[in-house]
Design a protein around this ligand. Structure first.
Ligand code: CO
Ligand code: ZN
Length: 362
């Protein structure tokens, strides 16, 4: 559990908005190396770790390296950075936060998302939620020129500045658990697998938060026979939310995806793969929950509809306050996800994979 916790801490604190995953990638490469037979990075920055199995059936596992971020689109004359969202922010959680801004030469400097003090807020406006267009990042400079000299300007990117911390009850909190927790679970699973019937392509993907970009490219390349994504899901088991809307609960084990998506279209996890994961969880005594998420999806959606169609499913780690600086999860859920993945891969026979492919005519 400590091994896992330290891995999650390191990944969570790394800087990696969509398209700028370099720092996370370096950790992934280092962590994967001892446990795979082949390691390469494609032109968009996806990392592939190949672990040869007893057959050439290819199973792709995907977890994304990026976290939601901010893209500077304007610097005003007083040196305040104005930003566009990279991924789905809730602006309320951004106000009052520290952020890390990447300079042109790759240094990291600090900034804050400022807000109007109550003393100068017109009556009646105190409770108004801010919009992204009104937010600004203050890096301490007094002019656009001064920002430019530091290497900060249009095209600079930023993420939350937040340290990992432990709470009571085996819970931890931090930023970017979406999806560094999934990434940690994937990396940790590689350590748990000595041998497998199938060849495993563990892929750490880029640019998930802005449209599942890296996974789509990676799936074209691997052309897997089956795929499992690892990501966080919504645990809305908190005050003010009715039980039906919880999606998943903290501490009830990893969630096996049934369906997700939303306005952009739905994704139904491959029923046989879903049932396979449930059987494995039961057999191994890993607590699990079934998950229907309306309003979000994972790399599995992008992988599933490549090539001739790829049977795909997601193993999710329930997390509260996703896409905020205080994401919370239980280590036991994340380690459970890792064990479920490892066991699924160890037990995926060629016969089972074959049964997922062409459907027999009656
Ligand atoms: Co996300
Ligand atoms: Zn995610």
């Amino acid at each position: 559990m400590d091994d896992f916790k330290n891995l999650l801490r390191k990944l969570s604190e790394a800087f990696g908005p969509p398209g700028f995953e370099d720092e996370v990638r370096d950790i992934v490469v280092e962590e994967m190396k001892p446990y795979v037979d082949e390691l390469f990075v494609d032109r968009w920055g996806n990392v592939f770790g190949v672990k040869r199995g007893r057959t050439d059936y290819r199973v792709m596992v995907a977890a994304h390296m990026d976290e939601i971020g901010l893209m500077v689109d304007y610097v005003d004359k007083n040196g305040f950075l104005r930003v566009k969202p990279m991924g789905g922010w809730n602006e309320v959680t951004l106000v009052g936060q520290r952020v890390v801004v990447r300079t042109k030469d790759g240094r990291k400097i600090k900034g804050v998302v400022g807000s109007r003090p109550p003393h100068v807020t017109p009556p009646g406006k105190e409770r108004e939620a801010p919009e992204m267009k009104d937010l600004f990042v203050d890096i301490g400079v007094s002019s656009a020129e001064e920002a430019e000299k530091l290497g900060v300007g249009v095209g600079s990117v930023a993420v939350l500045d937040r340290e990992f911390a432990e709470l009571a009850g085996g819970a931890v909190t931090g930023k970017a658990f979406d999806d560094r927790a999934g990434l940690a679970a994937m990396l940790y699973a590689l350590r748990l697998i000595d041998e497998s019937p199938v060849t495993i392509y563990a892929v750490a993907t880029v640019q998930e938060e802005i449209g599942l970009r890296g996974a789509a490219v990676a799936a074209e390349r691997v052309n897997p026979h089956a795929a499992i994504a690892l990501d966080t899901t919504i645990a809305a088991d908190m005050p003010g939310v009715s039980e039906r809307e919880y999606v998943a609960r903290l501490g009830a084990g990893p969630a096996v995806k049934v369906m997700d998506g939303g306005r952009g279209g739905l994704f139904v996890a491959h029923p046989k793969l879903r049932d396979f994961l449930v059987d494995i969880a039961r057999r191994e005594g890993i607590p699990y929950q079934l998950e229907v998420l309306y309003g979000g999806t994972t790399d599995a959606m992008a992988i599933a509809f490549r090539r001739e169609g790829i049977p795909a499913v997601t193993i999710s780690i329930p997390a509260r306050y996703v896409h905020s600086p205080v994401e919370v999860l239980k280590l036991e859920d994340a380690v459970g996800a890792s064990k479920l993945l490892a066991s699924a891969l160890r037990n995926m026979t060629p016969q089972f994979v074959e049964s997922l492919l062409e459907r027999k005519l009656k």
